[in-house]
Ligand binder design. Structure first.
Ligand code: MG
Length: 282
């Protein structure tokens, strides 16, 4: 019986270099997946505008997950309406996509942030408080890319003046029905969505489309953890000079790369392609 491989991947620090945002070292492995007809699903804290641009650069035409599982964007006609029914979610037409929204609207997250700053002494700031230039400087993005990063719909990247206050911040968020997760560069304020829930939903749709599937997931930070728990072949991509102390209880079978960023991505994809003997889908 044929088993189809489906790949879920984080972007920053995983498929993209954390500093340069380049993906050249992953090109060959990416090409190998495309040749085998393996869908590569971007699963990121980036916005739809950013992810759409990167998806185009990578030559991908698959669904993608944005803003830490805030929404799944599915190209129209990618799944049949019969297959989509099994998702059990309302599909919202948005541009060239059908969106499954799992997060809260961005304005709601902003209201919480502004409110908590006024009421408690928490010195917390987010993208919504910053000029474009400031975001470009913090992230190393160009002004044009930074503009795409500010088009947020379901997640607010944020940071604390005093990192020791993160516990209080988490607690306040929880009381408001929200959540704070750590990404590679920032904390992220979201609703109760996460990358794992979005991956679970897409896996269900791919099972409708392909039959039996095996999923490979690649990430480098704490916000990838829920995604890595949902896949059969989890990969932790190494980060330059930094340990991930927050990641506990690794699944036994997790593949930890030696190389960092896109080179580590390629290392793991090539490893699994060989080990799992993934055949081309006819
Ligand atoms: Mg990352």
């Amino acid at each position: 019986m044929t088993v189809s491989l489906v790949v879920f991947t984080d972007l920053d620090g995983t498929l993209l270099d954390n500093e340069t945002y380049g993906f050249e070292p992953a090109n060959q492995a990416l090409h190998a997946l495309k040749k085998k007809g393996v869908p590569v699903i971007l699963c990121t804290s980036k916005t739809r505008a950013e992810t759409e641009a990167i998806s185009r650069q990578l030559g991908l035409k698959h669904p993608f997950i944005v803003e830490n599982g805030g929404a799944i964007f599915i190209p129209r006609r990618y799944f049949t309406s019969e297959q989509l029914k099994t998702a059990g979610y309302k599909l919202k037409p948005k541009g060239n996509y059908l969106a499954i929204e799992l997060g809260f609207p961005y304005q709601q997250l902003r209201r919480f942030l502004v409110n908590i700053r006024e009421k408690s002494k928490l010195q917390v700031k987010g993208f919504g408080d910053c000029q474009l230039e400031e975001i470009a400087r913090m992230t190393g993005l160009s002004l044009r890319e930074a503009r795409l990063a500010t088009r947020r719909e379901y997640d607010e990247p944020c940071w604390l003046e005093d990192p020791a206050e993160v516990r209080l911040f988490r607690q306040k968020a929880r009381e408001a029905g929200l959540k704070v997760v750590r990404g590679g560069r920032f904390f992220h304020l979201t609703a109760n969505n996460d990358k794992g829930r979005a991956v679970r939903l897409l896996k269900k749709l791919y099972r409708q489309k392909f039959g039996r599937i095996i999923s490979l997931g690649l990430g480098d930070a704490a916000n990838d953890w829920p995604m890595l728990k949902e896949v059969e072949l989890p990969v932790l991509v190494a980060r330059p000079g930094r340990q991930l102390v927050e990641l506990k209880n690794f699944p036994e079978k997790i593949y930890k790369t030696k190389k960092t960023g896109p080179a580590g991505w390629a290392e793991a994809v090539n490893y699994w392609l060989k080990a799992a003997q993934i055949e081309e889908r006819s």
